[in-house]
Design a protein around this ligand. Structure first.
Ligand code: SAM
Ligand code: DTB
Ligand code: SF4
Length: 339
């Protein structure tokens, strides 16, 4: 006989909660967040959905990614095809020209994207011609009329101010995982280095985009601990990308098993509950998710997807596939005016 726990049919009220769902809190504990993450699936879905509806428009923001400087990175991030430490199919390339980047941004706008994110495989920003070129890219993207985001590695406060002056809206710098698990993923820079960059971004008045990756062998406690780090920042990051590991041949993590799609949904839902006002972004890893799993992620709390058939160096579902996904669900793309 199937053995299932026997429950009463009277709905239970949780005595555990004193704060209400949807409150912005900066005193989360890992234990509390693990408890949310491990709720019965439908309870988690219901609670996250309620917070999502109360705080966010029912539209999906389309964001376009472009790698403006690919490969040859000195860092040893074990997930990353762009690290020079590993033999992958991605080799070092020259930095793109401003005109090519702006042509891509214009196409992205015409395709319906409202946010344009430019990535560079750098450990840190160095003052000089390459940084000047990034500043020009940012100015151009703003002239086109898109939200501008860059991810360039570590950043000083002065560099952050220069990006702000150029019109930058958001800086992406992920915590990637928990403080504990971080050491087994990256050795060439520390968790505190990352937090210092986020603080420099914040001081310059640029919005913070910071999230992480699941599927790197971490525990639920690690996932919760990363969310606690993000939620306890004051203010909370405006934008929180949740990536599933893209397992790239040649990287040390290439043979890890894929995540369970239900765990992706749990992670997005938990992020929604602890970061009620942040834009939670369903980021890398969608090529291995069914349409239904992606819709569930959007239902419980994701505000955006990357649109276009490439992320930085790895594949993403094509635009036709994503238009199909949104149309099938009757979901609208966020209009530029609604930003
Ligand atoms: N070099 C800069 C840095 O690390 O801050 C910016 C670019 S880096 C590619 C941006 C983020 O992409 C990483 O922090 C990581 O979260 C994500 N990423 C890189 N490779 C990935 C992979 N294979 N799967 C999922 N996410 C990945
Ligand atoms: C983020 O969290 N995910 C994006 C964006 N920020 C820069 C990057 C995903 C990269 C996936 C691996 C690749 O395509 O190289
Ligand atoms: Fe370099 Fe960024 Fe890749 Fe790390 S994630 S190896 S810093 S490009």
């Amino acid at each position: 006989m199937l053995s299932l726990p026997v429950v009463s049919d009277t709905p239970k009220t949780s005595a555990r909660e004193t704060a209400r769902d949807g409150d912005v809190r900066h005193n989360w504990t890992v234990q509390e967040v693990v408890a949310l993450h491990n709720l019965p699936f439908f309870d988690l879905v219901d609670r996250a959905r309620a917070v999502h509806r109360a705080n966010h428009a029912p539209a999906v923001q389309l964001c376009t990614l472009l790698s403006v400087k690919t490969g040859g990175c000195p860092e040893d991030c074990k997930y990353c095809p762009q690290s020079a430490h590993y033999e992958t199919e991605v080799g070092p390339e020259k930095m793109l020209d401003v005109n090519d980047v702006l042509a891509a941004a214009q196409r992205a706008k015409e395709g319906g994207s409202t946010r344009f994110c430019m990535g560079a495989a750098w450990r840190e920003v160095k003052d000089g011609p390459a940084f000047e070129r990034v500043l020009e890219m940012v100015r151009g993207v703003k002239t086109i009329g898109l939200e501008a985001c860059v991810t360039l590695g570590m950043l000083t406060e002065d560099q952050a101010h220069r990006l702000k002056e150029a019109g930058l809206d958001a800086y992406n710098h992920n915590l990637d995982t928990s403080r504990r698990a971080y050491k087994s993923i990256i050795t060439t820079r520390s968790y505190d280095d990352r937090l210092a960059t986020l603080s420099n971004v914040r001081k310059a008045g640029i919005t913070v985009c910071s999230g992480g990756i699941i599927g790197m062998g971490e525990s639920v406690d690690d996932r919760a601990a990363m969310l606690v780090e993000l939620a306890n920042l004051t203010p909370q990051p405006e934008s929180v990308p949740i990536n599933a590991l893209v397992r790239v041949a040649g990287t040390p993590l290439e043979s890890l098993p894929p995540i369970d799609p239900a765990d992706f949904v749990r992670m997005i839902a938990t992020a929604r509950l602890v970061l009620p006002k942040s834009k939670v972004r369903l980021s890398a890893g969608r090529t291995e998710l069914s349409r239904e799993a992606q819709l569930l992620c959007l239902y419980v709390g994701a505000n955006s997807i990357f649109y276009g058939d490439r992320l930085l160096t790895t594949p993403n579902p094509g635009e036709d596939e994503d238009s199909g996904l949104l149309n099938a669900a009757g979901l609208e793309a966020l209009a530029p005016s609604a930003q």
